[in-house]
Design a protein around this ligand. Sequence first.
Ligand SMILES: [Zn+2]
Length: 199
Amino acid sequence: MAREPPAETRLQPAGLEVDFVGERQKRLSELLAPYPWDFLLGSVHLVDGEAVDLEPGLWGQMSVDDVWRRYFAELGDLAASGLADVLAHPDLVKIFGRRPAPEVVDACHEEAAPAIAEAGVAVEVSTAGLRKPVGELYPDAGFLARCRERGVGATLASDAHVAHDVGRDFDAGIEHLRSAGYETVTVFEGRVARQEPLG
Ligand SMILES: [Zn+2]
C-alpha cells in the first residue's frame, strides 16, 4: 500500500519550468495536473517548433523584426493560457543581442505588458541573461517598468543549470527590480501568490 512520504522529505517548494508547446499543450497540462506544484514557470523557447535561443533556429527562418514580433505574440498567448504562474526570462528573444529598431522593440513590450497584467501572471527577473551573449538581465528595464506600472508581480531567479550559479548576481537582480519600482517580490505556495519584501 502506498504511503505518504514524511513531510520533511517532500519537495518544498515544488516548481517546474514548462515550455509553451502549441498543440501538445493539453497533453502537457494532463501530465502536470496530478502533482501539488507551488508554482509553474512558463517559457517560450520555441516558436512554430523552431528555437529562439539556439542558432540558426528561428533566426534562420525569418527577419529579426519577425522573430521579435512572433516571440512576444507567443508570450502573450502563454500568459493568457493559464498554464503558468510566472513567465520565465520574459524577453529571452534578446539572447543573442539581435534587436529590431527601437520602435519595434517598444511596440513588442507595449503589446505584451497589458496581456500579462490581464492574465494575472508574474514576470521573472532572471540573472541568467548576464551569462548569455546579450550580457543583460532579463527582462529589459523599460519592459519591467511597464509591467510594474500595470501591477504585474515579479519574481527573482538565477536559472542555474549548475550549482555555483544558484543565486548568482542577485544583487544586480534586486537593483533591477527596485529601479523598475518594485518593493516586493512574488512568492508562491500551492500556486497562490503572495508578496514578500524585496532583498
Ligand atoms: Zn528557459
